[in-house]
Design a protein around this ligand. Structure first.
Ligand code: TR5
Length: 143
């Protein structure tokens, strides 16, 4: 089942975090749950797709609109901290796509982009992803 897939992934890759509800994972370049979403092995609500990026709704939304944008080919980009100059094009494409999806979602009044990197930021999936959040007033500073 979908929940079973998620649960087995959680038990193998996740650990409890001192920040309570948030979970962090051990950094690794192993395949992640996002590869299964890219390969359509597990379902996701895809809102945008092209040959390079996939955008789908976060399973645990933190705002009325909460979408993740990921590169279809990870190419070592477990997180932004692993970026090399060759990744500049895909990184730009992810951000430009986030703008397109924000418009598609009707976020005319604003939106927030988040990239969590590493344990201190509570990154939980080591396949780089851009969070697109909107549909409510976002607060600052973030948690
Ligand atoms: O914490 P970071 O920044 O690494 O963000 C990872 C995000 O992936 C979290 O917001 C999770 O809620 C989200 N996530 C995790 C799973 C998942 C998902 N979004 C959509 N579908 C998902 N599936 C099927 N399984 C997950 N384990």
């Amino acid at each position: 089942s979908r929940l079973g897939v998620i649960a087995s992934h959680l038990s193998s890759a996740y650990m409890a975090s001192e920040k309570g509800a948030a979970v962090a994972a051990t950094p690794s370049d192993s395949p992640t749950i996002f590869d299964k979403i890219i390969n359509k092995e597990i379902p996701a609500t895809i809102v945008y797709e092209d040959d390079k990026v996939l955008a789908f709704r976060d399973i645990a939304p933190q705002a009325p609109t909460h979408i993740l944008l990921i590169p279809k080919v990870k190419d070592g980009l477990t997180g932004l901290s692993k970026a090399e100059e060759r990744h500049s094009v895909i990184l730009g494409h992810l951000l430009y796509t986030a703008k397109l999806v924000a418009k598609q979602e009707g976020l005319e009044d604003g939106f927030r982009i988040v990239i969590n990197d590493g344990p201190s930021a509570c990154q939980s999936v080591y396949h780089i992803h851009v969070h697109l959040l909107g549909g409510r007033q976002m607060n600052w500073p973030p948690g």
